[in-house]
Write a protein that binds this ligand. Sequence first.
Ligand code: ATP
Ligand code: MG
Length: 404
Amino acid sequence: MKYTEIMIRYGELSTKGKNRNRFIKQLAQNLRKALQQFPAIKILAKRDRTRLLLNGEDSDLVISKLRKVFGIVNFSPIIRVEKDLEIMKSTAQAIVKEQYKPGVTFKITAKRQDHDFQLDTNGLNQFLGSAILEILPEIKVQMKKPDINLQVEIRMDGVYFSTSTIKGAGGLPVGISGRGMLMLSGGIDSPVAGFLAMKRGMEIEVVHFASPPYTSPKALQKAKDLAQKLTSFGGNIQFIEVPFAKIQEEIKAKVPLPYLMTITRRMMLRITDLLRQKREGLVIINGESIGQVASQTLNSMIAIEDVTTTPIIRPVVAMDKAEIIELAEKIGTFQLSVLPFEDCCTIFAPPSPKTKPNLEKAQAYEALLDIEELIQYALKNISVTKITAAPNQIPQNVEQFVDL
Ligand code: ATP
Ligand code: MG
């Protein structure tokens, strides 16, 4: 049977009081973007749910896209027919027949919004139940956890049949919470951090520090490919490449080895913050997790964060590496992240960075650099690329993703 529409439900959105309209509008806009390859689809956004009229578009493909749209709690593929008992009977029969295998159980769950309809819910359950038994006499009725639960809703504009409720990605529609600058390396953690920020409704722009000729074009491409993976959760992403070699050379020449990493991070953060200001971002997002490496101890965070008062969101801060990896696998970034192209930090990494850097010392060493000039050089030479969601790419990992 061909589905005629999909019913989308959004639990968290509906509790947002006055902001509800804004949420629903943003979700509708994101749906339009996510489904742009299906021009016939019509989106009807309502207070309590949103309907997607498929108008002949392939429901399997549409479902695979919907699973990645934040702000959806769950959705059901629907077959809508006229309020005519004969049509309802043959539709119910066809749906169950299609899903039937020897030994399966079923039940009918009827609901009625239109109280003028000729049968009440009991009458509907009986009428449609006997219609199924008529064509499949050996099928068993089971009230608790049947294999097939045929839900029938008599609404004002027709009868809605569905047999499944599919879990959505949850979260809030991307864009509703404002814009954040994601510091994206080529590693495992920062793409996951970006995913989680998007899940809470943030629109992201990516800042990536590259150090050619020390880093290869492949490392840059890897970061872009990671950003591309994230587009399937929220649409196009602006990718800002910052040339970092000159700054790293200068730091290496002037700063004592134990503070190399601290000063490098301070420079990255300063530049990211200036880009944020220019591009109207509200916060900075990174992939730091407490204690993972020397730059991610609490003391390091203090010595690095000193350069800005902008909130730094660290979505994976309290996650173990194994948990981050598990999520990276689910969202399809892990395989890319483990490709062995060295990034700017690994190449310039000192043998033993300070795990407890001292803020005053960091400031003093930094004074050896012409910070202003270095930053201006980097900002002048950034390049911005729009990473677009590949419209015909069937999302991978959809099955795993749904269990998030
Ligand atoms: P990741 O897996 O995200 O690279 P990591 O555990 O390797 O994280 P670090 O290399 O110490 O940790 O980096 C910490 C954070 O700093 C990263 O999560 C990322 O947000 C940011 N970062 C590191 N390198 C870069 C880079 N080349 N460009 C942009 N941001 C970076
Ligand atoms: Mg890294």
